[in-house]
Write a protein that binds this ligand. Structure first.
Ligand SMILES: Nc1nc2c(ncn2[C@@H]2O[C@H](COP(=O)(O)OP(=O)(O)O)[C@@H](O)[C@H]2O)c(=O)[nH]1
Ligand SMILES: [Mg+2]
Length: 233
C-alpha cells in the first residue's frame, strides 16, 4: 500500500470530541513508551507526524491522522502511567475505554507490546480486556532491535503462552522496529486487507461477501469464553 498523504486531523480528550465516524480507523495502543508514536510515523512515512517522547505518559489525548483521505490512524494514550497523575490518567483511560467499546468505525486495534521485555502484567491484563470486550485486534511486538533475536523470540513465546488460555485461535502477531525500519509492509498489508473487506462490504457481490467474512475472521481472534476481567482502568 502506498501512502500518498498523512495529515494530522485533531486531538480529542473524550469520545464526544472525536471526529465524525465517516472513515475507518486503525488505532494504536500500548503502555507508555512502547513505541506507538514512532510506529505511527514509520507507517505513515512521515517523521514528525506524531510526537515521539522519551518521557512516558506524554501523549494524553486521542490523536487522529487521516491517511490517503480514506482512513485514519489513531494514536491512543498509553496505559500504565498512573504515578503522580492518577486522576488525570484515569480520565483519559476512561476515554480510551469508551473509544474502544463504542467507536463504530473502529476497524482494528494494534496492541503494541515491547519485545525487549518479559510479559508485563499490565499488557496481559489489557489483552484480556480486549478479548473480554470482543475488540478486534492484532498484537505488534515493537523494538525488536533492542535485544538479541533469541531474547525477543523468547519474550514473544512467553507472552503468547500467557494469553493462550483466553483464545481458541490466538490473535495475529507482528514484529517491528521503527529504528531499523522493519515490519512496515506487513502492517500496512493488514490495513489494506481490512480496507478491501470494507469496500467489498459496501458493494456486495456474490464473491465479495465471502471475501469479507474471511478477512474479518483473520483479524478477529476467537475467544474461548468470557474471561474474568482485570481491567487496566
Ligand atoms: N530501540 C528502539 N527504540 C524505539 C523504537 N521505537 C521507539 N523507540 C524509542 O522509545 C521511546 C518511546 O517512543 P514513542 O514512540 O514516543 O512511544 P509511545 O509513548 O508509545 O508513543 C522513544 O525514546 C523512541 O525513540 C524502536 O523500534 N527501537
Ligand atoms: Mg506517543
Amino acid at each position: 500500500m502506498q501512502i500518498s498523504s498523512a495529515i494530522f486531523d485533531c486531538s480529542a480528550p473524550d469520545l464526544e470530541a472525536c471526529p465524525d465516524e465517516s472513515l475507518p480507523e486503525f488505532a494504536f495502543i500500548g503502555r507508555s513508551n512502547v513505541g506507538k508514536s514512532s510506529l505511527l510515523n514509520f507507517l505513515a512515512g512521515q517523521d514528525g507526524l506524531a510526537r515521539v517522547s522519551p518521557t512516558p505518559g506524554f501523549t494524553k489525548l486521542i490523536n487522529f491522522f487521516t491517511i490517503n483521505r480514506a482512513w485514519r490512524l489513531v494514536d491512543l494514550p498509553g496505559y500504565g502511567f498512573a504515578e503522580g497523575a492518577k486522576r488525570e490518567s484515569m480520565r483519559f483511560n476512561q476515554a480510551v475505554s469508551h473509544y474502544l467499546k463504542h467507536r463504530t468505525n473502529l476497524c482494528l486495534v494494534f496492541a503494541l507490546i515491547d519485545s525487549a521485555l518479559a510479559p508485563q502484567e499490565m499488557d496481559l491484563a489489557f489483552v484480556e480486556w480486549l478479548a473480554g470486550n470482543a475488540v478486534p485486534f492484532v498484537l505488534v511486538f515493537t523494538k525488536t532491535d533492542k535485544e538479541a533475536p533469541a531474547t525477543v523470540q523468547a519474550n514473544i513465546a512467553a507472552f503468547m503462552e500467557n494469553i493462550s488460555a483466553w483464545f481458541e485461535r490466538p490473535p495475529a502477531t507482528f514484529t517491528c522496529s521503527a529504528n531499523l525500519g522493519q515490519g512496515r509492509p506487513e502492517l500496512l498489508g493488514v490495513i489494506a486487507e481490512a480496507m478491501s473487506a470494507i469496500q467489498a462490504e459496501a458493494k456486495p457481490t456474490a464473491t465479495s461477501t465471502e471475501n469479507q467474512t474471511t478477512a474479518a475472521r483473520q483479524v478477529k481472534p476467537t475467544r474461548k469464553s468470557r474471561p474474568d476481567l482485570h481491567r487496566p482502568w
